[in-house]
Design a protein around this ligand. Structure first.
Ligand code: ZN
Length: 279
């Protein structure tokens, strides 16, 4: 429990308050994936995901602070933060949004592209806006908005989105991810999506009728709550059990490096089912 409390206290010190009262009041909780002993990605992966996520997260913090948003980081250094703690930090703020930064990994080196995940319906506009700009601004394929029950998305009570900013197991995307210019580009596009999330069309009909650029299209999504992309089923976000099983609280019980491992066993049987799209 001590680490839990300590981390919450640390998080409080990372709050950057808005410079003026006229600035946006929504708190943005930025969650840099993985950290500490949890490198992220898959075994043997050359580029550590935890380093890339923190870099983009810190750049996003700067972008959002410049916009005037109060920003909270679930981690701001190379430290391990349990998923339950990340969720607790996010849920401790009202009128807040939660943005998780990740990079993808797959055994198939050719797998590439940008994905954005959400779970609750209240999170779809935020996912749509972020994905619209990140995928639109990236020189890599658009893998779409996806709905999936990642722990950090299911357990958060505020709009929550997880962005997979490309595959570090793909040579081209790994090179991009390691360039500061591209990291900055990712941060700026995510920030733009956050800033313009309220412009997302509320329905696909409104989206079709929108005749100007003031509306961000509501993105169709792939429902992965009962379907797994074969590229990703066994490759990423593996459970890290050895160093993180000392706690028994709900906050620390599920220590997969990401949110999904607890669902893997129940969905593996269904992985050959076709993707379902909505909207
Ligand atoms: Zn990850």
């Amino acid at each position: 429990m001590r680490r839990f409390v300590f981390t919450l206290a640390l998080a409080g010190s990372f709050i950057a308050t808005a410079a003026e009262s006229s600035q946006p009041s929504t708190v943005v909780v930025i969650d840099a994936g993985h950290g500490g002993f949890d490198r992220g990605g898959i075994p043997g992966q050359r580029v550590p995901e935890k380093t890339m996520t923190l870099d983009v997260a810190q750049r996003l913090k700067a972008v959002l602070t410049a916009y005037g948003y109060p920003v909270v980081m679930t981690r701001d250094s190379d430290m391990f933060v349990p998923l339950g703690t990340r969720v607790a930090i996010a849920n401790s703020y009202r009128d807040a949004i939660f943005v998780c930064i990740h990079f993808n990994a797959a055994r198939r080196g050719s797998a590439n592209g940008i994905e954005t995940y959400f779970y609750s319906s209240q999170s779809l506009p935020l996912a749509s806006a972020i994905h619209y700009y990140v995928a639109g601004g990236a020189p890599t394929p658009n893998r779409g908005v996806r709905r999936r029950g990642f722990y950090v998305l299911r357990k958060t009570t505020i709009p929550a989105v997880l962005v997979e900013c490309g595959f570090l197991t793909n040579a081209t995307e790994a090179n991009y991810a390691q360039s500061s210019a591209y990291q900055q580009k990712l941060a700026e596009e995510i920030g733009r999506g956050i800033r313009e999330r309220s412009l997302v069309a509320s329905t696909s009909t409104a989206n079709r009728l929108a005749a100007n650029n003031t509306t961000v299209p509501l993105q169709p999504f792939i429902d992965q709550t009962h379907y797994r992309d074969p590229d990703l089923v066994r490759s990423k976000h593996r459970k890290r059990s050895s160093k993180s099983s000392s706690k028994s609280t709900s906050a620390t019980r599920k220590h997969s490096s990401d949110a999904d491992s607890e669902k893997r066993s129940s969905t593996q049987k269904k992985k050959s089912a076709p993707a379902q799209t909505e909207n």
